[in-house]
Design a protein around this ligand. Structure first.
Ligand code: UDP
Length: 241
């Protein structure tokens, strides 16, 4: 494979579901530990990394609203779920000796730091992994949008989306043997074809701020560090494709 550009500072979006392992709900400590190993490997290779964690493994506002919950209240519950996930990821990283800070968009003084952009940048410069929790702090948003927003605010070179497969395919590779992985894609194709990579608002925010989205497998050992070096298997979504 030909080398692509190297990224220096990135935001990694982890969905809540990526922390479930083979379970249907909640947090699987072994899975969280495996992901933490990937993040540590990349940090040790000299990359600056921040994380946004989702909450779909615990609570989704939209699903609860469909069952009769008030949507805004349900979304606040979803945001609180992301804080639990952030603490789980922090715990796994700190067990490996990696310094971290959790910053929440909803202030929770006795649990973690509030979100302060300049302080988060400083943490990253010192080699700490910053984990952003509570999404954007606003109902009616998702953690995908929070990831795009924080990537822009932190001056990241790329937004990385760790998934179960190693990129974006022409069809579901688990069902269609002829499915082909895209090496590159344009933001406009992702939006026009409604490819389910990230929420449309997150994709548009990345496009407007010229932040490439890198879709790769978080479950392949060492792949995160390789993708950051420009060699691992991934699909790169950008303005240039
Ligand atoms: N959420 C929200 N505002 C945000 C981010 C998240 O209201 O800025 C709520 C929303 O209810 C969402 C839940 O938090 O369903 C969990 O986040 P998300 O569904 O994005 O998690 P993921 O799919 O990444 O696990």
């Amino acid at each position: 494979m030909t080398a692509r550009r190297r990224f220096n500072r990135v935001l990694l979006k982890l969905s809540g579901e990526s922390l479930m392992g083979t379970g249907q709900y909640g947090i699987d400590p072994a899975t969280v530990e495996r992901i933490a190993v990937e993040v540590k490997l990349a940090r040790d290779a000299g990359f600056q990394i921040c994380l946004v964690v989702g909450g779909g493994n615990i609570f989704r506002g939209l699903a609860a609203a469909a069952k009769g919950f008030d949507r805004a209240s349900a979304d606040y519950m979803g945001m609180l779920a992301t804080v639990m996930n952030a603490l789980a990821v922090q715990n796994a990283l700190e067990h490996m000796g990696v310094e971290t800070r959790v910053q929440s968009a909803i202030p929770m003084a006795s649990v973690c730091e509030p979100y302060i952009r300049r302080r988060a940048v400083r943490h990253m410069e010192k080699g700490r992994i910053v984990i952003f929790a509570a999404g954007t702090g606003n109902p009616f948003f998702t953690t995908d949008t929070a990831a795009a927003l924080r990537a822009a605010e932190m001056g990241c070179d790329a937004l990385l989306k760790g998934t179960q497969v190693d990129g974006v395919y022409t069809a579901d590779p688990k069902k269609d043997p002829t499915a082909r992985r895209y090496e590159t894609l344009s933001f406009n194709k992702v939006l026009a074809d409604n490819l389910q990579v990230l929420d449309a608002s997150a994709v548009a925010l990345c496009r407007d701020n010229r932040i490439p989205i890198v879709v790769f497998s978080i479950h392949e050992h060492g792949n995160l560090a390789r993708v950051l070096e420009g060699t691992g298997t991934a699909t790169i979504i950008s303005n240039d494709a």
